[in-house]
Design a protein around this ligand. Sequence first.
Ligand SMILES: Cc1ncc(COP(=O)(O)O)c(C=O)c1O
Length: 477
Amino acid sequence: MVKLSDVNAKLLKAHYAVRGKIVIRAQELEGQGRKVIYCNIGNPQALKQRPITFVRQVLSLLEYPALMDAPGMDKLFPADVMARARMILEKNPTGTGAYTQSAGIPFIRQAVADFIARRDGIPADPNRVLLTDGASKGVQAVFTLLTNKPNDGYMIPIPQYPLYSATIDLYGARQVNYFLDEKNNWQLNEHELERSLAEGRANGVNPVAIAVINPGNPTGAVLSKENIRMIIRFARANKLAILADEVYQENVYGAGLKFHSFAQVMHELGEKEVTLFSFHSVSKGFLGECGHRGGYLEIRNMSDEVYAEMIKLQSIGLCSNTDGQIVTYLMVDPPKPGDESWPLYEKERNAILGDLKEKAEILGRGLSEIEGMHTHIPQGAMYAFVRFDLPHPKGIDPETMSADERHKYEAARDSKYCLRLLEDTGICVVPGSGFGQQPGTLHFRTTFLPPKADILALVEKMKRFHAAYVEKIKSAV
Ligand SMILES: Cc1ncc(COP(=O)(O)O)c(C=O)c1O
């Protein structure tokens, strides 16, 4: 039998907080009949978000094409859905059960390029688009491509989505942290990037790329165009590739805010040197089709010979799953005004995005009014990264601890807090240490995906819990 000591040490080292100890405990409590409000993960359909009808109608016809010719189907499905399914089957006659080309079905790659061109008003090349099993697999493909020497490293945001730190550990690469500026709505700061790069180099790291998440997970921030320009200039000056994680591009709620893609800003700057990898996914936005594992990776500034290696890499895994490719297609080429399915599609999309915006406001406003909690109304994505204050227990002074002791003490404090919160209130959030945070600060990440009634209940429960928790620390001897 394989023993733990036989297991790849890199896997043992990797850590993925979003599905860690606290979630396991939440499942146990639920098994015992307790109501749990799951705010730990951006998995919309697990939290009662309904799938978009158009997507499921097209998929069901493609999964069982005989339906298309069954009597009465034209009454059950809108004409454009039937036409769309027939068109997909015509372009991909082997159906959903066959492997596809490694990079993905060609007409879908073309549709992705058209989507980018429409979204950004820039040219896009289908021969630099790869269809992937969700954005996660796209990110990991880029890590495989770029991680070459033992000291190769990646600059990643702190706080970050733990896919990045975990993949760095898995691939035996080096992690170079740059802190996001909490006081400036979690934007990136040029001095901090310079500091982080210098520190990485001083530690013997050879930074090969910088990862940026926009809109941010866990921060909920939307980067300004100026900030993106600065990052591109920084990458150019320091010969770094850019990994632009743009899976939340449809999730922008802040008034007057707009999503700017790295591709568009790079095009505007006329940047021809920096290699850009941009990721998108069917899991987020208003589709929330996490289980279908679809997404794409678009690459700019890459030679044909390097791109051929990317294709080879994809071919080692044969191809991404076909349903995921189709959902990606339906995401980038949705119904249009005039199509029979358009009114329902638009109604469902607006309802989901409107609901998320409202819940972001309830959560952000509600939590920021709690004494000892600090957060903004999330501008985008599906999360708030909430800072909270706790007194130190009597007799404990972190100033007297070593950096390592302090790190452990702080990580234990936010984990303990989140576990207690779960036990006392049934609210499941993720400790800030799972994403990284400035030393000396405490955070948790919560989604605002659960139904509105649960978000309202969450704010009330948090208020009572936090006050009681602080009191308990103060009164302990
Ligand atoms: C920033 C970010 N990138 C990537 C992913 C992974 O998405 P996918 O389901 O497409 O693999 C997530 C999932 O939560 C995410 O938050």
